[in-house]
Design a protein around this ligand. Structure first.
Ligand code: HEC
Ligand code: HEC
Length: 370
């Protein structure tokens, strides 16, 4: 075929296409004919819209019972008390293994601390005493985590509590991953240990104070000293002594009374014209008379004219060696007892420092407790 013939044929063909397009004249704004509309147009229900397809008429359906979420382990427990106990028997914490590398455990604990501070502290309080800000505002306060029930609770049961909650405590399964729940429990165990240790230490101190109190009587310290402001003392009032003295200073004052004679407590000896001697602390002195308080606590009035001689004793009226037979532990108990007397004075209370000149007065109190 010649070249012109070929071109003419092409032109005729194009003209035919144009004509065909004009004849068919499709409305492009309209869809083509649809053979299977149900497949092409599925019916989308909104998550919360009513749904005629399901029996319960809802669109969102609960997972089929027994469904295990991706990545989760199978948790075959119901939110019941019986299952909480069963969880306690059947589940073990991944951190229960004592031989675990301590850095790993520490990192887990640190994560547990973070979880605790975020989710638990608001109710349980910073150290788990049940005094968090939410509990303080009227939410039923939880028991201290170191209460007996909490101490007895096994890791598995605690995991059940964290997962499903317990009475007023909601479950945290949706907010805290399994891994983090175990770490929070690891942290709670640390809080419990600390609380138990603290209580034990306090008990030890209480026992020691009681031992000290008995020693204070047995060694007759109470014959010369009192720890109660209402009793008239022979020696210095010791109820507040520990506020001004360190333990070491107190120990020295008791072991070597003459080294550190309390101000105003230098005993004086008076020889009177009738040939008698009187010793004691001067409680008042005028031109006419001197009043002394002797070691029995009795006041003696000595007219100045009767006095022949007067000396100040170099030695303390408190005997040496009172505690030389005590063990170090017993001495510590005695000091604990004196310390405990001082801590009973409320902060801010003026501390009465008594001297024989002004027994019971608090004129020369050092300010506050130091
Ligand atoms: C909304 C306040 C609240 C929050 C938050 C909370 N708890 Fe509790 N929790 C409670 C209450 C209330 C109880 C006591 C429930 C009861 O009466 O048995 C409790 C009980 C417990 C118990 C059992 C104590 C026992 O002696 O029976 C444990 C363990 C515990 N919570 C741990 C946690 C941990 C860990 C978290 C953080 C993941 C947490 N709780 C978060 C309020 C809370
Ligand atoms: C015979 C009476 C007497 C007995 C018993 C006695 N003390 Fe003393 N004590 C004094 C006198 C007096 C002073 C004041 C002089 C001084 O500082 O040594 C004093 C001082 C002290 C001080 C120092 C007070 C201060 O303000 O510096 C302490 C502490 C003390 N006694 C504790 C004890 C203890 C503890 C015992 C029992 C183991 C005891 N005393 C037994 C009479 C006694």
């Amino acid at each position: 075929m010649s070249r012109t013939g070929l071109n003419s044929l092409l032109i005729v063909f194009i003209a035919f296409l144009v004509l065909l397009a004009w004849v068919l004249r499709r409305d492009v704004s309209q869809p083509n004919f649809v053979f299977t509309p149900e497949m092409v147009y599925s019916v989308p229900y909104d998550s919360f819209s009513a749904n005629p397809v399901f029996v319960d008429g809802k669109t969102m359906q609960l997972p089929v019972p027994g469904t295990v979420a991706r990545g989760a382990t199978f948790f075959d427990f119901e939110p019941t008390e019986a299952d909480a106990l069963r969880a306690g028997e059947e589940l073990t914490s991944p951190w229960a293994d004592e031989s675990m590398e301590s850095e790993l455990v520490l990192a887990a604990k640190s994560r547990g601390h973070q979880i605790f501070s975020t989710f638990c502290l608001p109710c349980h309080g910073a150290v788990g005493n049940g005094d968090g800000p939410v509990a303080k505002r009227g939410f039923p306060p939880p028991p201290a985590l170191s209460a007996e029930s909490g101490l007895k609770m096994s890791d598995g049961q605690m995991f059940h509590v964290l997962t499903f909650g317990q009475k007023n405590m909601p479950g945290y399964a949706s907010q805290i991953s399994e891994d983090d729940r175990w770490k929070a429990i690891l942290y709670v165990r640390g809080l419990q240990d600390a609380a138990v240790r603290k209580a034990e230490a306090e008990q030890l101190t209480r026992d020691s104070i009681e031992t000290g109190r008995q020693l204070f009587e047995k060694l007759n310290c109470n014959k010369c000293h009192t720890v109660s402001p209402d009793v008239k003392p022979v020696g210095p009032f010791l109820g507040n002594i520990a506020l001004a003295y360190t333990r070491e200073q107190l120990r020295i004052a008791i072991e070597h009374p003459s080294k550190t004679i309390a101000e105003g407590y230098l005993a004086q000896v008076f020889l009177t014209i009738d040939g008698r001697t009187h010793s004691g602390f001067v409680t008042s002195e005028t031109d006419e008379q001197i009043i002394i308080r002797n070691t029995d606590g009795n006041e003696i009035v000595l007219p100045v004219d009767d006095i022949e001689d007067r000396r100040t004793l170099e030695k303390s009226a408190m005997p040496e060696g009172l505690i030389k037979d005590l063990t170090d532990e017993e001495i510590q108990s005695l000091l604990d007892y004196l310390k405990s007397q001082a801590s009973e004075a409320a902060p801010g209370e003026t501390v009465a420092v008594e001297t024989p000149e002004n027994p019971g007065s608090d004129d020369n109190s050092p300010d506050e407790n130091n």
